[in-house]
Design a protein around this ligand. Sequence first.
Ligand code: APR
Length: 281
Amino acid sequence: VTEDTPPLTLQERTLPAVADLIKSGRARRIVVMTGAGISTAAGIPDFRSPDTGLYANLAALNLPEPEAVFDLTFFRQNPRPFYVLARELYPGARYRPTISHVFLALLARKGLLHALFTQNIDCLERAGGVPGDRIVEAHGSFASQRCVDCKVLFDEGKMRGFVERGEVPRADDGVCGGLVKPDIVFFGEPLPRAFFDRMSAVKEADLVLVMGTSLQVHPFAGLPDMVNEDIPRVLFNLERVGSFGTQADDVMVLGDCDGGVRRLADELGWRDELEKTWREL
Ligand code: APR
């Protein structure tokens, strides 16, 4: 942030004020943090929404508790529930990026996206047009898979076949035959190196957008609290989450994130470009 960036005053803390920060050029290193809430409009359930969330709908798999489906110890004992779910979640052409994903691509296209930290494994940010070098996939992705024991990589084409058939792949290099797991971060696993390497970007932000996340899972959930206190944080979420509302410059746009993003695009004069880009995906 340059010295001459005056902090947002009380009455300025609204979407038009956020739009002015961007239009005036005072915000040009925007850091965004996203969760499953930005993909629900694409038809991918989030995790914790009461009725529609994944964790409310895994009962059929009779798990000890819903999160077990992403627990490494449980996976080693019983990989089947994960592979039932993987069939649902595996990225493919069937899911289309949302307006929110495309808005992030517009930020990048306009040279305003300093970094995008995502918890999502659906790769829709990339599909929506966000350049890969801007994206930090904090919880990994389905882009690669390996044996949980010897870490040998497993062929993607074979993986897609196993996932589509709902079968459990095992390392087939004739060495250990251990279970194959996609490189998504399970509970009990460390986050990718890139997450820690790129974390400093949060301190360089001059505007932070947090979208579609319950901020329940650490260390990702700690990112919004790393933001410098004079930097505005804008939440686009159905519900208030984390420490939002405790910092003077917090702006909360509560409701559907696509709607909130459309309102911001209107204030920015980007609405036509946003809708056109989304239609042409
Ligand atoms: N618009 C705005 N907010 C939404 C929308 C929407 N259309 N749909 C859902 N939300 C909000 C929910 O109200 C909730 O606050 O998005 C948030 C989604 O929270 P979670 O389901 O907990 O998803 P997420 O925060 O991404 O979960 C974090 O938990 O299970 C682990 O590793 C998994 O990455 C995941 C992590």
